[in-house]
Design a protein around this ligand. Structure first.
Ligand SMILES: Cc1cc2nc3c(=O)[nH]c(=O)nc-3n(C[C@H](O)[C@H](O)[C@H](O)COP(=O)(O)O)c2cc1C
Length: 181
């Protein structure tokens, strides 16, 4: 089983990237191959630049096609997903109605210092992924608010309830994948 993780933040000390690493590490602990797919390499979307972007887009498409699950961690900017993430998704959204996300199991995690934890970004992402016909893990969106109280900047979890939440989330998600694949 293979999992690909995509963080919507380019920030070096991004909380979303920290939480994604924690999740992927737990998948690895369950014997699942887990890799992060960076979005910083995608140029600004321009259909005229398809040839320039081809190697980056082909590689990302190959990684996602080979994955049984794509996990997104979503920073919230102005009540939506980040511009860099939308940019990468736009590159990966072709061919129309049969992109790499069609029927792909995906899970959404929203991480933010605010108490509402990127919930609105998750809602927007559901619309975007719905348009690409992805298969959403709807049992539980992991909405993580007040993240600065739960992990430190080095990625150490400092909250026992959050630690437990991560373990349960990964176990349940893996069960869902097993039942649905
Ligand atoms: C321009 C801008 C807009 C933001 N808008 C929101 C928002 O709408 N909702 C929210 O919860 N946090 C918002 N934030 C705070 C981000 O959630 C916070 O910076 C977060 O740490 C970014 O994610 P990262 O740590 O993964 O980089 C905003 C931050 C910036 C700089």
């Amino acid at each position: 089983m293979k999992v690909v993780g995509i963080s919507g933040s380019l920030r070096e000390k991004s909380y979303n990237t920290i939480v994604l690493r924690l999740i992927l590490k737990r998948f690895e602990g369950l014997g699942v191959e887990a890799n992060m797919l960076p979005i910083s390499t995608f140029p600004l979307y321009n259909p005229d630049e398809r040839i320039v972007a081809k190697a980056i887009v082909d590689d990302a498409n190959r990684q996602i096609a080979n994955a049984h699950l794509v996990i997104f961690t979503l920073p919230e900017y102005n009540h939506s997903i980040s511009g860099p993430l939308k940019n990468a998704i736009d590159w990966l959204s072709e061919p129309y109605m049969s992109s790499v996300f069609k029927d792909k199991p995906i899970a959404l995690i929203g991480v933010a210092p605010s108490p509402v934890g990127s919930a609105r970004a998750i809602a927007h992402m559901k619309t975007i992924m719905g348009s690409l016909l992805a298969r959403l893990y709807n049992r539980r969106d992991l909405v993580v608010g007040e993240i600065h109280n739960k992990v430190d900047e080095e990625g150490q979890v400092k909250d026992a309830a959050f630690q437990e939440m991560l373990e349960v989330y990964v176990r349940e998600l893996k069960d869902w994948l097993r039942i649905n694949s």
